[in-house]
Design a protein around this ligand. Sequence first.
Ligand code: KIV
Length: 304
Amino acid sequence: MSLTPIGVPRHKITVASLQEKKLQHEPITCLTAYDYSTARLLDEAGMDMILVGDSLAQTMLGHENTLSLTVDEMLHHVKAVRRGTRDALLIADMPYGSFHVSAEDAVRNATRFVKQGGAEMVKVEGGEKRADLIRHIIDAEIPVAGHIGLTPQSVNRMSGYKVQGKTLTDIEQLMRDATALDRAGAACIFLEGIPREVAEMITAEVAAPTIGIGAGPGCDGQVLVFHDILNLTFGPPAKFVRRYGDAAAEITHAVQAYRVDVLSRQYPADNESYHLSPETKQALEILSERKRTMRSRKQITAVE
Ligand code: KIV
């Protein structure tokens, strides 16, 4: 497999290219991003897909879980990521509550992510029971990513974040979920927190590319949370997270060095300062000198 070198222009990733990658057994790469600068870096580094995940509630906004995130908050971040994304396919996560009330409401919210946010796909958590809803969104010309297994928006129903699909009954349900989403026309299916064997079975069964997170190596692609791979999450990582950098250490080091420089007046240096032209500087010195002379004359007059 040839890798496109970083920074070299590549083709725009579309729904069709994801399908093509599955057929060619070419892994699909995806990371989350929530702002302009991160999106630019990910896009220029060659990510196939950028997901504005509702994990932003935790990573960016400091909430305990994803449940309180609103459509307006998500939209704000999708717009920023749009401005930094060129070739990658941009996916907006549908927040909790944005597709649970009615299909009409779901289509309205999905449409906002496309029209106002510039998303090219929306992601909806849930399996079989979301199939009809997904059809409605696709009918509105919006590609949909499914998301099954450990679905964080179900944290209360699941009584915590637990690996799913460990019993035969659960595996059968997961297979039904995956095939229902596939038949509904999902453009890809995210598989989160399930045993690798189950993810492999699903991947072999469905036409849609599967994108795994904590689902083993047999998926058609992989996604991770940007903050997880860079140690920006302030806690022990989940088993499936591989750290590719330590941004927390880098940031702390840089911030401390800046602080020390400011306290010791090492920053800013002369070459980090703006300067007057020699003529203006000279004129300013003459003016200041005149003012000083006038002031001392006034003081002498006052004493006399
Ligand atoms: O919100 C998110 O970040 C996600 C993925 C990690 C799949 O849904």
